[in-house]
Design a binder for this molecule. Structure first.
Ligand code: ZN
Length: 220
Protein backbone atom coordinates (compact mmCIF):
# COMPACT_ATOMS: atom_id res chain seq x y z
CA UNK A 1 0.00 0.00 0.00
CA UNK A 2 0.99 3.61 -0.36
CA UNK A 3 0.07 6.87 1.32
CA UNK A 4 -0.61 9.85 -0.92
CA UNK A 5 -0.91 13.22 0.75
CA UNK A 6 -2.20 16.57 -0.48
CA UNK A 7 -0.67 19.93 0.36
CA UNK A 8 -2.56 23.25 0.50
CA UNK A 9 -6.11 21.99 0.12
CA UNK A 10 -7.59 24.62 2.45
CA UNK A 11 -7.24 28.26 1.43
CA UNK A 12 -6.78 29.59 4.99
CA UNK A 13 -3.96 27.12 5.70
CA UNK A 14 -2.14 27.91 2.43
CA UNK A 15 -2.28 31.56 3.50
CA UNK A 16 -0.96 30.92 7.03
CA UNK A 17 2.20 29.33 5.54
CA UNK A 18 2.55 32.16 3.02
CA UNK A 19 1.72 29.89 0.05
CA UNK A 20 -0.40 30.60 -3.04
CA UNK A 21 -3.66 28.76 -3.54
CA UNK A 22 -2.76 26.04 -6.05
CA UNK A 23 -4.54 25.62 -9.39
CA UNK A 24 -4.02 21.86 -9.15
CA UNK A 25 -3.56 19.59 -6.11
CA UNK A 26 -0.03 19.35 -4.70
CA UNK A 27 0.89 15.70 -4.14
CA UNK A 28 3.50 13.96 -2.05
CA UNK A 29 3.98 10.46 -0.66
CA UNK A 30 4.63 8.97 2.73
CA UNK A 31 6.06 5.46 2.96
CA UNK A 32 4.44 2.66 4.93
CA UNK A 33 7.04 3.15 7.68
CA UNK A 34 5.48 6.57 8.38
CA UNK A 35 2.31 4.97 9.77
CA UNK A 36 1.71 5.24 13.50
CA UNK A 37 -1.26 3.27 14.77
CA UNK A 38 -3.89 4.93 16.96
CA UNK A 39 -2.70 5.48 20.58
CA UNK A 40 0.97 4.88 19.74
CA UNK A 41 3.38 7.59 20.95
CA UNK A 42 5.02 9.94 18.46
CA UNK A 43 8.75 10.41 19.02
CA UNK A 44 10.18 13.81 18.06
CA UNK A 45 12.96 12.98 15.57
CA UNK A 46 16.57 13.84 16.30
CA UNK A 47 17.00 15.88 13.11
CA UNK A 48 14.36 18.56 13.82
CA UNK A 49 12.60 19.59 17.03
CA UNK A 50 10.23 21.96 15.24
CA UNK A 51 7.59 19.36 14.47
CA UNK A 52 4.12 20.63 13.59
CA UNK A 53 0.79 18.78 13.63
CA UNK A 54 -1.62 18.89 10.69
CA UNK A 55 -4.92 17.09 11.26
CA UNK A 56 -6.48 15.73 8.07
CA UNK A 57 -9.42 13.66 6.86
CA UNK A 58 -8.09 10.44 5.32
CA UNK A 59 -9.68 8.10 2.81
CA UNK A 60 -9.05 4.41 2.27
CA UNK A 61 -9.16 3.25 -1.35
CA UNK A 62 -11.39 0.20 -1.93
CA UNK A 63 -10.92 -0.44 -5.69
CA UNK A 64 -7.98 -0.51 -8.05
CA UNK A 65 -8.10 2.26 -10.63
CA UNK A 66 -6.24 4.47 -13.08
CA UNK A 67 -7.50 7.60 -14.87
CA UNK A 68 -10.62 7.60 -12.70
CA UNK A 69 -13.32 10.04 -13.81
CA UNK A 70 -14.54 12.54 -11.20
CA UNK A 71 -18.09 11.21 -11.56
CA UNK A 72 -16.89 7.65 -10.80
CA UNK A 73 -14.52 8.57 -7.97
CA UNK A 74 -17.12 8.10 -5.23
CA UNK A 75 -16.97 4.35 -5.93
CA UNK A 76 -13.29 4.15 -4.98
CA UNK A 77 -13.60 4.81 -1.25
CA UNK A 78 -16.02 3.43 1.31
CA UNK A 79 -14.46 4.51 4.59
CA UNK A 80 -12.97 7.60 6.17
CA UNK A 81 -10.80 8.43 9.15
CA UNK A 82 -8.43 11.03 10.55
CA UNK A 83 -4.69 11.30 10.35
CA UNK A 84 -1.98 13.66 11.48
CA UNK A 85 0.54 14.77 8.87
CA UNK A 86 3.51 15.53 11.14
CA UNK A 87 5.89 17.92 9.42
CA UNK A 88 9.51 18.77 10.26
CA UNK A 89 9.06 22.46 9.57
CA UNK A 90 12.68 23.63 9.83
CA UNK A 91 13.79 20.88 7.47
CA UNK A 92 10.93 21.70 5.10
CA UNK A 93 11.82 25.40 5.19
CA UNK A 94 15.45 24.66 4.35
CA UNK A 95 14.45 22.35 1.50
CA UNK A 96 12.05 24.97 0.11
CA UNK A 97 14.70 27.69 0.28
CA UNK A 98 17.12 25.51 -1.65
CA UNK A 99 14.53 24.32 -4.17
CA UNK A 100 14.95 20.71 -2.98
CA UNK A 101 12.11 18.23 -2.67
CA UNK A 102 10.79 18.32 0.91
CA UNK A 103 10.16 14.58 1.12
CA UNK A 104 12.30 14.08 4.25
CA UNK A 105 10.31 16.78 6.10
CA UNK A 106 7.04 14.92 5.54
CA UNK A 107 7.78 11.25 5.18
CA UNK A 108 9.99 10.26 8.09
CA UNK A 109 9.18 7.34 10.39
CA UNK A 110 6.09 7.91 12.51
CA UNK A 111 5.01 11.01 10.59
CA UNK A 112 1.56 9.59 9.84
CA UNK A 113 -0.58 8.65 12.86
CA UNK A 114 -3.87 7.23 11.54
CA UNK A 115 -7.21 6.46 13.17
CA UNK A 116 -9.32 3.41 12.46
CA UNK A 117 -11.49 3.83 9.34
CA UNK A 118 -15.27 4.07 9.61
CA UNK A 119 -17.82 3.32 6.86
CA UNK A 120 -19.20 6.39 5.08
CA UNK A 121 -22.72 5.30 6.09
CA UNK A 122 -21.89 6.31 9.69
CA UNK A 123 -21.74 9.98 8.68
CA UNK A 124 -24.65 12.20 7.61
CA UNK A 125 -22.82 14.02 4.82
CA UNK A 126 -19.13 13.41 4.15
CA UNK A 127 -18.97 16.58 2.04
CA UNK A 128 -20.00 18.59 5.10
CA UNK A 129 -17.95 16.84 7.75
CA UNK A 130 -16.59 18.84 10.69
CA UNK A 131 -13.35 17.68 12.30
CA UNK A 132 -10.93 19.06 14.85
CA UNK A 133 -7.74 18.53 16.82
CA UNK A 134 -7.23 19.13 20.52
CA UNK A 135 -3.81 19.61 22.10
CA UNK A 136 -3.79 19.03 25.85
CA UNK A 137 -7.58 19.39 25.87
CA UNK A 138 -7.66 22.68 23.99
CA UNK A 139 -8.98 22.87 20.41
CA UNK A 140 -6.17 24.00 18.11
CA UNK A 141 -7.52 23.12 14.64
CA UNK A 142 -11.04 22.96 13.25
CA UNK A 143 -12.00 22.20 9.69
CA UNK A 144 -14.79 20.92 7.51
CA UNK A 145 -14.62 18.91 4.29
CA UNK A 146 -16.81 21.60 2.71
CA UNK A 147 -13.82 24.01 2.92
CA UNK A 148 -11.60 21.83 0.74
CA UNK A 149 -10.35 23.46 -2.47
CA UNK A 150 -10.34 20.03 -4.18
CA UNK A 151 -13.08 17.57 -3.17
CA UNK A 152 -12.40 13.91 -2.33
CA UNK A 153 -13.61 13.00 -5.84
CA UNK A 154 -11.40 15.55 -7.59
CA UNK A 155 -8.39 14.38 -5.59
CA UNK A 156 -8.95 10.71 -6.46
CA UNK A 157 -9.41 11.57 -10.12
CA UNK A 158 -6.34 13.79 -10.24
CA UNK A 159 -4.03 11.44 -8.31
CA UNK A 160 -5.03 8.53 -10.58
CA UNK A 161 -3.74 10.36 -13.66
CA UNK A 162 -0.23 9.80 -12.28
CA UNK A 163 -0.48 6.85 -9.88
CA UNK A 164 -2.59 3.72 -10.11
CA UNK A 165 -4.68 3.62 -6.97
CA UNK A 166 -4.80 0.25 -5.25
CA UNK A 167 -7.03 -1.28 -2.63
CA UNK A 168 -5.73 -0.25 0.79
CA UNK A 169 -4.01 2.94 -0.32
CA UNK A 170 -4.60 5.92 1.98
CA UNK A 171 -5.11 9.53 0.93
CA UNK A 172 -4.38 12.39 3.34
CA UNK A 173 -6.64 15.17 2.04
CA UNK A 174 -4.94 18.29 3.43
CA UNK A 175 -5.08 20.30 6.64
CA UNK A 176 -7.14 23.32 7.65
CA UNK A 177 -5.68 26.39 9.34
CA UNK A 178 -4.19 26.34 12.85
CA UNK A 179 -1.12 24.12 12.47
CA UNK A 180 1.35 24.38 15.33
CA UNK A 181 4.29 22.86 17.11
CA UNK A 182 4.32 19.88 19.46
CA UNK A 183 6.48 19.54 22.55
CA UNK A 184 7.41 16.62 24.76
CA UNK A 185 4.41 15.53 26.84
CA UNK A 186 1.75 16.99 24.54
CA UNK A 187 -1.37 14.90 24.12
CA UNK A 188 -3.17 15.13 20.78
CA UNK A 189 -6.74 13.98 20.23
CA UNK A 190 -8.52 14.22 16.87
CA UNK A 191 -12.29 14.26 16.36
CA UNK A 192 -14.82 13.90 13.57
CA UNK A 193 -17.78 15.93 14.85
CA UNK A 194 -17.80 15.00 18.56
CA UNK A 195 -16.43 11.50 18.10
CA UNK A 196 -12.88 10.88 19.29
CA UNK A 197 -11.01 9.09 16.49
CA UNK A 198 -7.29 9.24 17.25
CA UNK A 199 -4.98 9.96 20.17
CA UNK A 200 -1.24 10.42 20.22
CA UNK A 201 1.22 11.28 22.98
CA UNK A 202 4.41 13.18 22.07
CA UNK A 203 7.75 11.92 23.41
CA UNK A 204 11.40 12.81 23.13
CA UNK A 205 13.85 10.42 21.44
CA UNK A 206 16.11 8.22 23.55
CA UNK A 207 19.20 9.51 21.75
CA UNK A 208 20.25 13.11 22.36
CA UNK A 209 18.93 15.58 19.83
CA UNK A 210 21.49 16.39 17.17
CA UNK A 211 20.38 18.85 14.52
CA UNK A 212 23.80 18.68 12.84
CA UNK A 213 22.69 15.37 11.31
CA UNK A 214 20.60 17.45 8.97
CA UNK A 215 22.69 20.62 8.78
CA UNK A 216 25.89 18.86 7.74
CA UNK A 217 24.12 17.16 4.88
CA UNK A 218 25.37 18.11 1.42
CA UNK A 219 23.01 18.09 -1.54
CA UNK A 220 23.37 15.01 -3.70
ZN1 ZN B 1 -0.61 18.03 5.37
Amino acid sequence: MKIIAIGRNYAAHAKELGNEIPAEPIIFHKPQSAILKNKMPFVIPAFDDRIEYEVELILKICRNGKNIKIEDAQNYYKSIGLGIDFTARDVQQKCKENGWPWEIAKSFDGSAPISPFYPLSEFDDIHNLPFSLKKNGETVQTGNSNQMIFSFERLISYISIYFTLNIGDIIFTGTPTGVGQVKEGDFLEAFIANQSMLTCMVKLPNEPKDKSIYQKREPA
